[in-house]
Each structure stands twice: as C-alpha cells, then as structure tokens.
Ligand binder design. Structure first.
Ligand code: UD1
Ligand code: UDP
Length: 382
C-alpha cells in the first residue's frame, strides 16, 4: 500500500517543541510516512530541540541570519520550500502556530497545491499588530488551510465566527503532550546553577521576554520593572534565560547585569526549561508557550503583554495580564510575592490546553481525511 506522505514544516524553538511529539506519532502510523522539513528560522535554539526530542530533519533550509527581517525569513522560506516540495512530493504539509515559517510554509504548500494542516489553529486577538506579526500570520494561514487542529473549544468558535467549519478538530495543544515526556521529579539539570538553587526557601521567578511588539519602550519598562523587583525582594531569585535575539540580549544585559539575585543565562534546552518551570515559584513572561505550560504545572503566570490570544488560563485564574507598564507589572508581582492568599488563588494546576493526547487525535484526523480510518475522531473536551 502506498503511504500518505505528511511533511511537518517548522523553524523556531516553540514550533519544534510542539511539533516533535506529532512527528513521532505520525511515524508510528502504518499508513503514513512522516517527513520533517526545518527552515531553521532559528538555528541554535532549533538544534537544541531536535537533540532533546531526538528528531532528524529530512530537509534543512538553514535560512537564519543575525537580525533577520520578516521579509527575508518569508522570501528564503518560500524559495527553499519550492525545491523541497518538488523533491519529496508530500500529500499534506503541516505547519504550526503563527511564525513567519508557518505562514511561508502554508503559502508554499498552496502554491504547489499540497493539502495544508494547521496545528494550533484558531487563536486570535483580532488586533493586527499584537502579537506582531503573529496575529496576521494565523489569520492568513486560516485562509489557506484544509484541516484545522484547534487546541480548545474557544479556538474552534473563533474559526466558526469566520465561517470556517469544515475540517475543524478540537484536539488539545500538543505542548501538553511534549511536557508529559520532559518533566520528572528526579531530573538533574546540566546547568549547574539550576541544581544549586534553593527552591524550597527562595522564591524562584522564571522570566522570559522576546516579542517583537515589545521591542523599544515596552521592553525597557519590563526590564526596569524586573530590576526594581529584584532590588526590593532579596528573598527572590530571578532566573532569566535570555533569547538569542541581539535586540533582547542588549536590553536585558543593560538593565539587569550585576544584580546579585538576577541570573541572566543562555537559552535552556526544552527539558531543562520544563523542569525549572515545574520547580519555580512563579513565571513572568511574554511567551505564548509558557502561558500554556505553566498553568499545567500549577504555576502562576504574569503575562508581560497588553493582550493574549490564550484567554483560557486567564479565565481559569492561573494567568494574569500584567501589561507592559512598569508600575502595573510591579503591583501584580508584589502581590504574588507578599500575599500568600493571592498566590494560592493562582497556584493551582489547571489544564485548559489539553490532556496529553493531542497528537493522537491529530494523527487520527489525518488518517480519516485520507480514508485510512472510518471514524472521524471525537473532539477533545476540557
Ligand atoms: C520568532 C517568531 C515568534 C516566536 C519566537 C520564538 C516570527 C516573526 N517570530 O521570533 O513568533 O515567538 O520566534 O522564540 O516568526 N537568533 C539566534 N539564534 C537562534 C534564534 C534566534 O541567533 O537560534 C537571533 C538571530 O539574530 C535572529 C534573531 O534572533 O535574527 C531573531 O529571530 P527571529 O526568528 O527573526 O525572531 P524571534 O524574535 O525569535
Ligand atoms: N523554552 C525553552 N528554553 C528557553 C525558553 C523557552 O526551551 O530558554 C521553551 C518553552 O518552555 C516553550 C517554548 O520554548 O516550550 C516557548 O518558546 P518561546 O517563548 O521562544 O516562543 P513563543 O511560545 O512565545 O512563540
């Protein structure tokens, strides 16, 4: 029997973490040939994920350059994908989420009339410039896709409001599948500082910040708030693995170098990051992925953004939108550090984003779509 060729295309750290368990699940299906094309929009941060999850790329476009622009990422992906699609002739291309790789991967598949599956579909803020350019990438991919794998019912409802009701599946988020393979009670870090931290007696705050819409004044304010927080809370340890973007590196080091209880460290591998998150006191971040992972681990999250396309954990009470203004960020962080009742109210594990079986549902849906399975998979219910 001829196998259905499904090619997963991704290029950044978060896409890779969330696609890794799916690439493997597809490889376990008899009727499917699971192929993997990386654009390497990220280089080091992608390679780290490939290593942790033991993934091998069938094609590598190797596009990353320092301080790359949105246009160069898109152009290089499109050009590179032409040759890859001609060579492998996939029946379906899977893209994930909202990056420039996602958009260019879907557009290229469309140009070649290859079916498109969008993993993590239906997230929305409806604000064109926030997150930028991710909101528009998601909306454009919605127009191009054939199958939609929505993490939550709320995401499905967003698509329905836009008239997209065919080929839509509620699956849960594959990040929860990934998290189940990485977090372990007896985990030992390779970054020695993380073994040495006194998680029981110190308040370890995990920080990340990288978004393009935060470049400039918002990022200045965020870093200034973090410096103030560290100064006024000697009982806290801020651990901040700094994104490799030169814009972020410069801003973080200028504000936070030389503060005793702030640890600016290199990006962590996904397993180190997930295990640090499982042990920390709270999370302050503008990341999308951390907003999904931390609630599943019972950790309060302050989101350093004006809005979020992930409202489910806000509704569940484990995530608060702190915004990007210094005083507002400090007020919420101080509350979590000073008020045990406020902390307890946020620190309960909820899993609005999945049950760890998203990849199996997506693989089932693909099999069903190509006639390899009679039953349409049931939607995930939170
Ligand atoms: C990208 C995504 C964003 C996602 C983020 C995850 C777009 C437009 N943005 O943003 O949605 O949240 O990834 O982290 O797709 N760099 C390195 N090595 C690496 C990775 C990055 O040196 O391994 C540096 C390079 O100088 C690169 C810069 O970081 O030019 C920015 O990378 P880029 O992918 O353009 O933007 P991100 O902010 O990472
Ligand atoms: N992450 C990681 N190491 C780090 C920072 C983040 O492995 O030093 C993981 C994190 O746990 C999550 C993903 O990377 O799974 C999120 O990526 P990022 O914040 O870069 O992008 P976003 O989710 O905002 O698109």
């Amino acid at each position: 029997m001829k196998k259905i060729k499904v090619m997963s295309v991704f290029g950044t750290r978060p896409e890779a973490i969330k696609m890794a368990p799916l690439v493997k699940e597809l490889a376990r299906r008899e009727g499917i040939e699971s192929l993997c094309c990386v654009t390497a929009q990220h280089r080091e941060m992608l390679d780290s994920v490939m290593q942790v999850f033991d993934l091998r790329a069938d094609a590598d476009l190797d596009i990353m350059t320092p301080r790359q622009t949105l246009s160069t990422i898109t152009c290089k992906c499109l050009t590179g994908m032409d040759e890859v699609i001609d060579r492998f002739a996939p029946d379906m291309i899977l893209v994930h989420g909202d990056t420039s790789t996602t958009f260019a991967g879907a557009l290229s598949a469309f140009y070649h009339k290859v079916k498109i599956g969008h993993v993590e579909a239906g997230l929305r803020t409806y604000d064109k410039y926030s997150p930028y350019p991710e909101e528009m990438n998601r909306q454009l991919v919605t127009r191009l896709a054939d199958l939609y794998f929505c993490p939550t019912e709320n995401n499905r409802a967003n698509l329905a409001r836009e008239g997209v009701t065919e080929g839509v599946f509620v699956t849960g988020n594959t990040v929860i599948d990934a998290l189940k393979t990485t977090v372990r009670k007896d985990y030992r870090f390779t970054t020695e500082l993380l073994n040495e931290l006194d998680y029981a007696n110190r308040k370890v705050i995990l920080v990340t910040c990288h978004r393009r819409e935060n470049y400039g004044q918002p990022m200045e304010d965020i870093m200034s708030a973090l410096a103030e927080l560290a100064g006024t809370h000697p009982e806290a340890e801020l651990v901040y693995p700094v994104h490799l973007s030169p814009v972020v590196q410069e801003c973080a080091h200028r504000h936070l170098d030389g503060i005793g209880n702030v640890h600016l460290i290199a990006p962590l591998s996904a397993d180190e990051m997930h295990n640090l998150m499982a042990r920390c006191y709270m999370v302050m971040t503008d990341s999308g992925g951390l907003q999904e992972e931390a609630p599943a681990l019972g950790k309060p999250v302050l989101v350093l953004r004006r809005e979020t396309e992930r409202p489910e954990a806000v509704a569940a009470g484990t995530v608060k939108l702190a915004g990007v203004e210094r005083d507002a960020i400090l007020a919420l962080a101080n509350e979590l550090l000073n008020d045990p009742a406020a902390y307890a109210a946020m620190a309960h594990a909820v899993n609005p984003y999945g049950d760890g079986h998203a990849c199996a549902r997506i693989a089932d849906a693909i099999e069903w779509y190509f006639g390899l399975r009679a039953e349409r998979p049931e939607d995930h219910r939170a």
